[in-house]
Write a protein that binds this ligand. Structure first.
Ligand code: HSE
Length: 299
């Protein structure tokens, strides 16, 4: 018995909703193949596409660690055995929810092999625990959209309250990943613990405006709401050419532009795929002139 599961990359924060908003993209994503074997336990037999950076140790790798936890909670550790092959199709430390995609694919795969005893809502806490293992903090704004699809709001972490939001027809994302490594763990340490009330007022106005825009299919409202006064000023210093990329995106009609997750990937929100493709191409040309390599994705 064997299953192969794909889980997508995600754009966490949706620019204005730090730790509470995120959306899934069509591609890239990671793939987990999981096989039932006679010997009890969870083993990672191969990882491709990680340049040797991820642990093969079952307790340290988020895919196997989450699978082990599910087996343990269901009382099946002594009788159920699986082998795992992980294929990463996206870069690690890119701000595209790389660890989350692997975790979600793994959690979904073990549940499928077990005959789907757990609902997606029940799987989510395992994915959040996997995120904590991978980057030291259990935020859900990558794993929730990777698991549920579309746009998700984490209304509350305790108790966990996840809301799926509407995705307006035509809304697109052009993503550029400049080749610098920004581990989420480090990017989170930069953020200030306290915020000024006047900035919080701007930020929660933007979050509310974005939600209203999604329900109203109002692209102008979505665009002017996707602004971040709390996190972007601090994290953008880690991203080469951030201001220049933003200028290119906005001059070419992007509704909004900001950091994807903890960076260094950046995202332009657009009205259609052509616009997203034009913006990512122009940013790529600009970066290449400066000898900065990058990947681009349109979703
Ligand atoms: N919300 C998280 C952060 C997402 O910005 O640190 C990490 O991808």
């Amino acid at each position: 018995q064997q299953v192969r599961v794909f889980a997508p990359a995600t754009v966490a924060n949706m620019i204005c909703g730090f730790d509470i908003l995120g959306f899934a993209v069509e591609a890239p994503g990671d793939e987990v193949t999981m096989r039932r074997v006679a010997q009890p336990g969870v083993r990672i037999v191969s990882i491709k596409g990680d340049d040797g950076r991820l642990p093969l140790d079952a307790a340290q790798n988020t895919v196997s660690a989450c699978a082990l936890q599910i087996l343990s909670d269901l009382g099946l550790t002594e009788e159920f055995g699986v082998e795992i092959e992980l294929v990463k199709h996206m870069p690690i430390g890119s701000g595209l929810g790389s660890s989350s995609a692997s975790t979600v694919a793994g959690v979904f795969a073990i549940n499928a092999l077990l005959g789907s005893p757990l609902s997606k809502d029940e799987l989510l806490p395992y994915c959040i625990a996997g995120e904590k293992l991978a980057c030291g903090h259990g935020h859900a704004d990558n794993v929730a959209p990777a698991l549920m699809g579309g746009i998700t709001l984490i209304r509350s972490y305790d108790p966990l309250d996840i809301i799926s939001l509407p995705v307006p027809e035509g809304l697109c994302a052009g993503i550029v990943f400049p080749h610098v490594d920004v581990p989420t763990r480090d990017a989170r340490q930069l953020i200030k613990e306290r915020v000024l009330l006047k900035d919080a007022v701007v930020q929660w106005g933007n979050v509310a405006g974005l939600i209203a825009g999604l329900y109203r299919n109002d692209f102008e409202l979505i665009g002017r709401s996707m602004q971040d006064v709390l996190i972007e000023p601090v994290r953008s210093i880690l991203i080469p050419q951030f201001a220049e990329m933003k200028q290119i995106a906005l001059e070419n009609g992007a509704l909004s532009f900001g950091i994807s997750g903890s960076g260094p990937s950046v995202v332009a929100i657009t009205r259609d795929q052509d616009q997203a493709a034009t913006i990512t191409r122009k940013i790529q040309e600009h970066l290449n002139q400066l000898e900065i390599d990058c990947n681009t994705y349109v979703s």
